[in-house]
Design a protein around this ligand. Structure first.
Ligand SMILES: Nc1nc2c(ncn2[C@@H]2O[C@H](COP(=O)(O)OP(=O)(O)O)[C@@H](O)[C@H]2O)c(=O)[nH]1
Ligand SMILES: [Mg+2]
Length: 325
């Protein structure tokens, strides 16, 4: 594969080249990894940046519907929109459930939009890297906004928050005063909470839910990256296409403020550091699964199991043997 040519095509906005590039970064093959690294390095010089918007929420809350309506509104304003999915479940089941084009029929046909279906098979542990690199490719291809969808499963929110400029939490209207079991950690990550389905019979409930969350957000620790009034809770209806313009105005205002105040660049730099350290950690862990190290792990584990060595002493011996290699 001619990587220089592929990079040129992606830079020129060629969709098929972009798709090929993403397939390359999704691959777990060693030779593909090397080519993907070369491609990303070649494209890093473009310096193009999209507004990366992460979107999380439990299944059924309306993420796909929201992305379709919101994405359409953005393309109607002349913005180029890419949609990616971070879907840890597809790695396990081999099924592709998010980013499904059939659930976004209008956006899938919009010339300014690009929807990348989630891969049917991602090697486990490669989800974060694949997503991050796919976002980078979309940026290099000149997209203005990259929407990254995830379901609230395991670590996926953290992954999405660490590759996004804005992190949105989508919620459904809910009766009662329980805050829908939303974990505090997720609340703390959110830049905006959007209470979806604020339409028809659900509107009154949505209003209450929105007020509850606005109150809960005010109780959280103030973050330096937030201007007055953020994080913010708002109501939208993805189905009735209401509140979407307002939501976009708020997102743009927040993003502009962060750029002007230096928070945007600082956050991107911190994310780059985070992913560098994470890559090193993952690579070190992978070392333990290979060849002589793996055999040594098993040998020492046997000794620990039989009581011949304590876990700490065995671990010390293991690290020593790694250092010697
Ligand atoms: N009333 C109402 N229903 C909605 C809205 N958005 C989504 N839905 C419905 O909620 C269901 C789940 O939507 P979907 O977008 O697939 O949710 P996802 O699993 O979060 O991607 C579908 O039946 C949608 O039609 C909305 O704004 N109002
Ligand atoms: Mg969906």
């Amino acid at each position: 594969m001619d990587i220089t040519k592929l990079a040129d095509q992606i830079r020129a906005g060629d969709r098929r080249a972009l798709a090929r590039g993403i397939t390359l970064v999704e691959s777990g093959r060693d030779d593909h990894r090397a080519q993907a690294a070369e491609l990303l390095q070649a494209l890093s010089a473009t310096g193009r940046q999209a507004l990366r918007i992460g979107l999380s929420g439990t299944p059924g809350v309306g993420k796909s519907t929201f992305i379709e309506s919101f994405g359409m509104m953005l393309t109607e304003r002349g913005l180029k929109v890419a949609v990616l999915a971070v879907d840890p479940s597809s790695a396990r089941t081999g099924g592709s459930i998010l980013g499904d084009k059939t659930r976004m029929p209008r956006l899938a046909r919009a010339p300014l939009a690009y929807i990348r279906p989630s891969p049917s098979q991602t090697h486990l542990g490669g989800i974060a890297r694949r997503s991050r690199e796919a976002v980078a490719l979309c940026e290099a291809a000149g997209f203005d906004v990259v929407l990254i969808e995830t379901v609230g499963v395991g670590q996926s929110e953290t992954v999405v928050a660490e590759i996004s400029d804005l992190f949105l939490l989508l919620l459904a209207p809910a009766g009662g005063d329980e805050l829908q079991g939303v974990k505090r950690g997720i609340m703390e990550m959110a830049d905006m909470i959007l209470v979806n389905k604020a339409d028809g019979d659900l509107k009154a409930t949505a209003t209450r839910t929105c007020a509850d969350y606005a109150g809960a957000l005010r109780l959280l620790r103030k973050r330096p990256q937030d201007p007055e009034g953020f994080p913010k809770a708002m109501m939208v209806s993805a189905l009735a296409e209401e509140g979407l313009e307002k939501a976009w105005e708020e997102m743009s205002a927040l993003a502009d403020w962060r750029r002007a105040e230096g928070h945007h660049d600082r956050a991107r730099a911190a994310q780059a550091r985070y992913w560098f350290a994470e890559e090193v950690r993952q690579a070190l862990l992978a070392e333990l699964e290979r060849g002589a190290a793996k055999a040594q792990m098993e040998r020492l584990a046997g000794k620990v199991a039989s009581g011949a060595l304590t876990p700490s002493l065995a671990a010390a011996q293991m690290l020593e043997s790694l250092h010697k290699r």
